[in-house]
Design a protein around this ligand. Structure first.
Ligand SMILES: Nc1ncnc2c1ncn2[C@@H]1O[C@H](COP(=O)(O)OP(=O)(O)OP(=O)(O)O)[C@@H](O)[C@H]1O
Ligand SMILES: [Mg+2]
Length: 502
């Protein structure tokens, strides 16, 4: 017997056509925050799902405190003390906070649910996590960040010894992330073992003591975070030499915008959505919309794509006045919009990768025009190659792709429509570091080689500065600054966002 809280040994998992895990070892100690890292499709979620009884392993053993366990369902895993909080919070928005925490296991008295006890216990539980909110209000009163903390409260109440967080921070802002980290550290001190999956390197380095790296379903190794330089970690993830990785992050030459303006927005706004924004988007330009979460970045994109009606200001496409009347009208002007929310973006799980890619193109050309299979196949294969989408083939169901690879299919869907203006809202969220650089390069290449205009929205300042030739900075739903040419720097951007610049 050893002292480890969790020992997974020689884990095997195969899906039709994919060996998702081969002989993977993973060890977690009590009081440790351990990161699982690897490229999109490396097998991180699969390893976690084997542990939590979502998938059945094909081989290997799992031991907790030396005793073998074989959870067949998430419920059985919970009974062993293993809890998971997924990126999408699976709680009920119209139940109260307390109900959400105790649903399915309410404290009973004489056979009746004892609501006073439920509320009191929920309150105490949240206070232990330093969250002070009214537990009798419904969940939809609270932000996604708080909902996530409520999900954690629910998870840890089930006497969890192991807590798994699979990309929990992708929709949180900096402060919310800080708060979540505080809670995680608190649970660590109480002796819980925590598995943390994230594509944000910074977060992994701030939070985790150890990191286990997977590549193509195989174990690369387990390391102490403090002794593993960033470049080495990336090199191990992508299977390259450190020297090759060093040049990977450099996006190279930026695009050179043409004189010609594709779209101009003059003081556009929509009541309750956006105050005022103006911008000129040139042909062949990669323009960034920057600002904190909630500053109006996504809303600006949605106005340009006709999702919200503009009720002031005016828009011009190639110099002609244009009043966007819904997304279809925007698509006819050759505008494409790849939204940030993968689920809302309409991944249709039971369709193949090819069908998901063709979807927007088909909508644009009309349902009646039949696109021959050979053409569909060619377009799909081009996109799969360009974006390095990890699939067993174009006709694989999209629901069987890893999270990051689903995201790439959505980008592909809009590329396939060959727009003149492509709006990418957080295109690299949930994407591994190597591919992030590829997507930045792709945005630049589309502008340079095809003369496409690209609107790039991201929370990561480095990536904005590396990719864009012009930045529109928003605060409180209005434009507060514009940086162009040499003025595009992380420093200037930070100042503009914080309110230091004119
Ligand atoms: N239900 C499934 N059916 C078929 N293949 C699957 C299924 N689930 C996962 N896979 C495949 O297993 C491999 C590993 O996927 P997994 O979701 O574990 O990756 P990941 O490391 O979590 O990636 P990401 O960073 O993109 O979330 C991928 O090739 C994926 O397509
Ligand atoms: Mg995953």
């Amino acid at each position: 017997m050893t002292g480890a809280l969790l020992e997974m040994r020689q884990i095997e998992k195969e899906f039709p056509g994919v060996r998702a895990l081969s002989g993977v070892d993973f060890t977690l100690n009590a009081g440790e925050i351990h990161s699982l890292m690897g490229e999109n499709g490396a097998g991180k979620s699969t390893l976690v799902k084997v542990l939590t009884g979502v998938y059945q392993k094909d081989g290997g053993t799992i031991r907790m405190n030396g005793r073998e366990i074989a959870p067949r369902t998430p419920k059985e895993a919970q009974e062993c003390g293993i809890s998971t909080v997924y990126q999408e919070v699976n709680l009920c928005p119209n139940l109260t906070v307390a109900e959400n925490i105790f649903i399915g296991r309410e404290p009973k008295r004489y056979g009746w649910i004892d609501w006073r006890a439920v509320n009191a216990r929920a309150q105490a539980l949240l206070e232990r996590l330093d969250v002070r909110i009214d537990v009798t209000r419904t969940l939809d009163h609270y932000s996604v960040a708080l909902q996530q903390m409520i999900a954690i409260a629910r998870a840890v109440d089930i006497e969890a010894k192991i807590l798994i967080l699979d990309e929990p921070t992708s929709s949180l802002d900096e402060q919310e992330t800080e708060r979540l980290f505080k809670i995680i550290r608190h649970l660590q001190k109480e002796g819980m073992g925590i598995i943390f999956i994230s594509h944000f390197l910074e977060q992994v380095y701030t939070l985790c003591d150890h990191v286990t790296i997977l590549r193509n379903g195989e174990l690369v190794g387990a390391y102490e975070t403090a002794r593993l330089p960033r470049l080495e970690l990336i090199a191990k993830m992508v299977g390259k030499e450190v020297g090759d990785v060093r040049t990977m992050g450099e996006a190279g030459e930026k695009s050179e915008p043409k004189e010609e303006v594709f779209l101009e927005a003059k003081a556009i706004g929509a009541t309750g959505v956006l105050e005022t924004v103006d911008m000129k988007i040139h042909k062949g330009e990669v323009i960034g919309i920057a600002g904190l979460l909630g500053s109006g970045r996504t809303e600006t994109a949605e106005l340009l794509f006709g999702i919200h009606a503009i009720d002031r200001g005016s828009l011009f496409v190639k110099g002609k006045p244009w009043h966007p009347d819904g997304p279809m009208a925007a698509m006819r002007q050759k505008i494409g919009f790849c939204p940030e929310d993968r689920k809302a973006a309409g991944i249709i799980g039971d369709l193949t990768v090819r069908e998901n890619i063709i979807l927007a193109m088909q909508a644009k050309e009309g349902i009646l025009r039949h696109i021959p299979y050979a053409e569909q196949a060619r377009i799909a294969d081009d996109c799969i190659k360009l974006l390095k989408i990890k699939v067993s083939g174009r006709d694989q169901l999209i629901k069987n792709l890893s999270g990051g690879n689903q995201q790439k299919v959505i980008i592909a869907r809009w590329l396939a429509t060959q727009p003149d203006l492509l709006i990418l809202d957080e295109p690299t969220r949930g994407i591994d570091v190597g591919t992030k650089a590829e997507i930045q390069k792709m945005a630049i290449a589309l502008a340079k080689k095809r003369g496409m205009s690209v609107v790039f929205i991201s929370s990561e300042m480095d990536e904005m500065v590396r990719t864009c030739t012009k930045l529109i900075v928003l605060r409180d739903r209005r434009k507060v600054a514009e940086l162009a040419g040499d003025a595009v720097s992380t420093d200037a951007l930070m100042k503009a966002i914080a309110g230091g610049a004119a």
